[in-house]
Design a protein around this ligand. Structure first.
Ligand code: URA
Length: 434
C-alpha cells in the first residue's frame, strides 16, 4: 500500500477500505507517514468528505492508537461534555464542576486551541502549576476521590488525534465534519465514558457556519456514539458572537471563576446550566430534565461547583488561590482600547475575527510548535443588542508584546457592526439532537 495512492483516491472522491484507513492513521502515529503526506490527505478529506463507514473506522482507529482508560473500577455513570469549538467558550470549566458537585463522575478530556477557537487545556494550563497529563491510575484515583478530573491527550491517550489535531490547526483543515467528528469522538471514547453531552456550535465564530451543517455534524457524532453503545446528546448553540465577555486563556479562567460564583455573564451562565443539567440527567441523578436544571442551578448558587473546581485545581497541582486572586494568574502588561466610530446599536460581533485577533496577539498558535501566551486576550465591553455612543469602548486588547497589536485592533474594530436599528434577539440554544 502506498500513501500517495490513498491520497489520490480520496482526492478523487473514492471510499477507502477499513485497512487503508488503518494504514494511514497507524503510519502517521508512528511517524512513518510524514506531515506533508498527512496534510495532503486531510485536505483531500476536507474537500471530498467521508462516508459513515469511513468515519466510524477513522474514529475507531484513532481511539485504538493509544491506551484507553479503564474506568470500570470507578462507580457511577461517567459523563463528559465536549464543544466543537467556539470563541470565549469556557463552559467546560464551569459545567464539569457543576455536574461533578451534583454527583456525576466526569472524566473530562480536552484539547488545545484549534484555529481561531480556544482550547480548554490551554485555559487550564494558564493556572500556575496546573497539570493535565494525568496517568490512568491518577485519573481513576481522582475520580474516586472527587468525581472530576481534567485531562489532555497524552502520547498514550488517543495520540493519533493529538497529532492530527495539531496538524489540522496549521493546514486549514479544521472545518470538516468527518475530521471534527472523529477527533472529538475518538478522544471521548478513549476515556471510558458512558454518556456524552456535545455542544455543537454554529455561527460566524464556529467551524460550522450554517445550522444545516451543524445538524449534520451533531447527527454524525451522535451516530458514532450510538454505534459504540454510548448515550450521546447534542445541543446546537449560537456562536455568532463570543460567549461571555472574555477571550484568551487566563482571562477566560477569570470569567469562569466569576461564573461559578454566580457573578458571570447571562449567556455563559444559561448555557452552562443547560449543559450541566443534560449531564446530570444522562447520569440518572434526577428523574426529569427539569429537576436536573434545578439541581445544576442550585450547585451554582450555593457555591458547590466553585468549591469543586478549586478542589480539582489543587489536586492537579494548580494554585486554587489564583481563582480568587487574579493577580496570581498570568497578567498582561499592556492594554489597547477599541472604541466605537459612531453611536447606535451593536448588531453583530464577528466572533471568528475576535478569535483570530486574540490569536494574533499570542493567545493561539500560528505553527503547531508555537507557545501560547496565557496572559493575553480580549475583553468585550458590549454584546449584540446593546446601545453605544460614538467613542465609547467596545473592547480592550490585553497584550504582552506590541508587535501585532495594531493589526489586531484593526481587525477587532471591523468585527463590530453598529447601526441605528436594534437587532432581533437570537436564541442561544437552537436545537437538540439525540
Ligand atoms: N474539538 C476537537 O476536539 N476536535 C475538533 O476537530 C474540533 C473541536
Amino acid at each position: 500500500m502506498r500513501t500517495v495512492d490513498l491520497i489520490q483516491r480520496k482526492r478523487d472522491g473514492e471510499e477507502l477500505a477499513p485497512e487503508e484507513i488503518d494504514f494511514l492513521v497507524e503510519g502517521y502515529t508512528t511517524g512513518e507517514i510524514p506531515d506533508y503526506q498527512m496534510s495532503a490527505f486531510l485536505m483531500a478529506v476536507f474537500f471530498a468528505g467521508m462516508t459513515d463507514r469511513e468515519v466510524s473506522r477513522l474514529t475507531e482507529c484513532m481511539l485504538r492508537s493509544g491506551e484507553t482508560v479503564d474506568l470500570s473500577s470507578v462507580e457511577g455513570i461517567k459523563v463528559d461534555k465536549h464543544s466543537t469549538g467556539g470563541v470565549g467558550d469556557k463552559t467546560s470549566l464551569i459545567v464539569a464542576p457543576l455536574a461533578a458537585s451534583a454527583g456525576v463522575v466526569v472524566p473530562m478530556m480536552s484539547g488545545h486551541a484549534l484555529g481561531h477557537t480556544g482550547g480548554t487545556v490551554d485555559k487550564l494550563e494558564s493556572i500556575p502549576g496546573f497539570r493535565t497529563n494525568l496517568t490512568p491510575d491518577e485519573v481513576r484515583a481522582q475520580l474516586k476521590e472527587m468525581g472530576l478530573c481534567f485531562i489532555s491527550q497524552t502520547d498514550r491517550l488517543a495520540p493519533a488525534d493529538g497529532k492530527i489535531y495539531s496538524l489540522r490547526d496549521v493546514t486549514a483543515t479544521v472545518e470538516s465534519i468527518p475530521l471534527i467528528s472523529s477527533s472529538i469522538m475518538s478522544k471521548k471514547l478513549a476515556e471510558g465514558l458512558d454518556a456524552l453531552v456535545l455542544d455543537v456550535k454554529v455561527g460566524n465564530g464556529a467551524f460550522m457556519k450554517k445550522q444545516v451543517d451543524a445538524r449534520r455534524l451533531a447527527q454524525m457524532m451522535v451516530g458514532i456514539g450510538r454505534r459504540m453503545d454510548k448515550r450521546v446528546q447534542a445541543l446546537i448553540t449560537d456562536m455568532s458572537q463570543p460567549l461571555g465577555y472574555a477571550v484568551g486563556n487566563a482571562l477566560e479562567v477569570m470569567e469562569a471563576s466569576q461564573t461559578l460564583q454566580n457573578a458571570g455573564p447571562t449567556d455563559l451562565t444559561k448555557l452552562s446550566i443547560e449543559l450541566a443539567a443534560r449531564m446530570i440527567f444522562l447520569a440518572k441523578k434526577t428523574p426529569t430534565l427539569d429537576d436536573a436544571r434545578r439541581l445544576a442551578e442550585q450547585k451554582l448558587v450555593d457555591g458547590s461547583g466553585y468549591k469543586k473546581f478549586k478542589q480539582v485545581v489543587a489536586a492537579q497541582g494548580g494554585n486554587p488561590q489564583a481563582l480568587d486572586k487574579f493577580e496570581l494568574l498570568p497578567n498582561a502588561t499592556g492594554m489597547r482600547e477599541v472604541t466605537s466610530p459612531r453611536g447606535g446599536y451593536v448588531t453583530a460581533i464577528d466572533a471568528e475575527d475576535i478569535g483570530t485577533a486574540s490569536n494574533m496577539i499570542g493567545a493561539g498558535r500560528d505553527r503547531k510548535e508555537d507557545p501560547i501566551d496565557p496572559a493575553v486576550g480580549i475583553i468585550l465591553e458590549v454584546k449584540v443588542g446593546e446601545k453605544v455612543d460614538a467613542g465609547s469602548v467596545l473592547c480592550r486588547l490585553y497584550y504582552t508584546r506590541e508587535e501585532r497589536v495594531e493589526d489586531a485592533a484593526e481587525m477587532v474594530e471591523d468585527a463590530f457592526r453598529i447601526s441605528a436599528q436594534k437587532p432581533e434577539e437570537r436564541e442561544l440554544i437552537l436545537e437538540v439532537v439525540g
